[in-house]
Design a protein around this ligand. Structure first.
Ligand SMILES: *Cc1c(COP(=O)(O)O)cnc(C)c1O
Length: 366
């Protein structure tokens, strides 16, 4: 066939197992399934958002406002920037895709940490660009600076905090990296979990306004999929200098965000109660997992996100543990495909976490 040769060796994203699959394969009742594998919001979809979705449904025959004026205005207000500093994507995933398309050709280099969000590498391979990695999975400012000097990439991804490990650089370290990078290299700060990090530790809070004023080569990426609980509606955004946004926007397909998604995201931004409840539940419940890990001598990485990653000892195989949990209707993320014997658990509700911890405990005691 006339397809490009590299397609047959292309890796695709390994998504968290969908609930429907567990119902089919393991015969577990849908209601009993606990899915803590994709860092979705355990509080579900907020009532205010559901209400606006229902209301907006009648406008489905219309094309969306392609200027996305309403949502851009809301985001610009939140971050104290101008409308022309904002681009909206079908998830921040789409902005990552556009960034790589806009910057990288065959042979170009993209720098990331050794263990980070899989989509950077996947979109890099779409464009046949080369991924260069720092030595460690955990973000390390020195390593980024050294590797940058050595390999001169034309695009750098800092994942702040880092999925799937949960670690996060301090703001000072991010600025140190940015200071050492030349203005013709594009830098993306992927802050999909940024609100969680900022809530836990002010030293991790990245303010897009500060970034884009000083670094015209840098873009801040945010999403509605995690804190705001809108993973299924696919809305993310980028904030950068207006010239940066203008160039990147030329690659955006028209009407890439649906009417319903635009409305829902706009309302979600104002839903302070839901946001607060989410953050509170997250860090309170995170303690249940860290306590458990400490008691059981399991290594874990201090997390600034809505998940926790357990580094398992050799005696426990991550895939076997995940399979055991699946049979009981619990879906978490096996990190074997990242080359580590580890599991990533999204922080759930109190009730869910209790069940999950109990099951893991039972498994360890066998
Ligand atoms: C979830 C996630 C995203 C993007 O999610 P979208 O649903 O596409 O907005 C981006 N980066 C990281 C690190 C993530 O974990």
């Amino acid at each position: 066939m006339g397809f490009k040769k590299y397609l047959s060796s292309l890796k695709s994203y390994e998504a968290g197992k969908p609930i429907e699959l567990i119902v089919r394969d393991y015969g577990v009742k849908e209601k009993a399934i606990i899915k803590l594998a994709s860092n979705e919001n355990p509080l579900g979809t907020s009532k205010r958002v559901i209400k606006i979705i229902k209301k907006e449904a009648k406008n489905s025959y219309r094309y969306p406002d392609d200027s996305m004026f309403e949502l851009k205005t809301a985001l610009a207000k939140k971050y104290n920037v101008d409308l022309n500093n904002v681009i909206i994507g079908q998830g921040s995933d789409q902005i990552i895709e556009l960034l790589i398309k806009a910057t990288s050709n065959k042979g170009d280099k993209i720098l990331t940490s050794a263990l980070t969000f899989a989509m950077y590498e996947i979109y890099a391979t779409h464009n046949q660009a080369e991924i260069i990695k720092t030595k460690d999975g955990i973000h390390n400012a020195e390593q980024f600076i050294d590797e940058y000097k050595k390999s001169k990439p034309n695009l750098v991804f800092l994942c702040l905090p880092n999925n799937p490990l949960g670690d996060c650089l301090d703001k000072d370290e991010v600025f140190r990296i940015l200071d050492s990078i030349s203005s013709d290299t594009i830098v993306a700060l992927d802050c999909a979990y940024g609100e969680f990090a900022a809530y836990k530790d002010k030293n991790k809070e990245i303010k897009p306004k500060e970034i884009i004023k000083k670094y015209k080569n840098c873009i801040y990426l945010g999403t509605f999929s995690k804190l705001y609980g809108l993973g299924g509606l696919r809305v993310g955004y980028g904030i950068a200098d207006s010239k940066f946004i203008d160039l990147l926007s030329r690659l955006r397909a028209p009407f890439n965000i649906t009417n319903i998604s635009l409305k829902a995201a706009t309302v979600a931004l104002e839903d302070f109660r839901f946001v607060k409840d989410t953050l509170k539940n997250n860090f309170k419940e995170m303690e249940a997992y860290s306590e458990f890990a400490k008691n059981r001598n399991i290594n874990f990485i201090e997390s600034y996100t809505n998940f926790i990653t357990f580094m398992l000892p050799k005696t426990i195989d991550s895939s076997i543990l995940c399979e055991y949990l699946l049979k009981q209707g619990v879906i978490i993320r096996d990190l074997k495909s990242y080359g580590i014997n580890a599991i990533r658990i999204t922080i759930g509700t109190k009730k869910q976490n209790k069940i999950v911890i109990k099951l893991i405990d039972k498994y360890l005691k066998r």
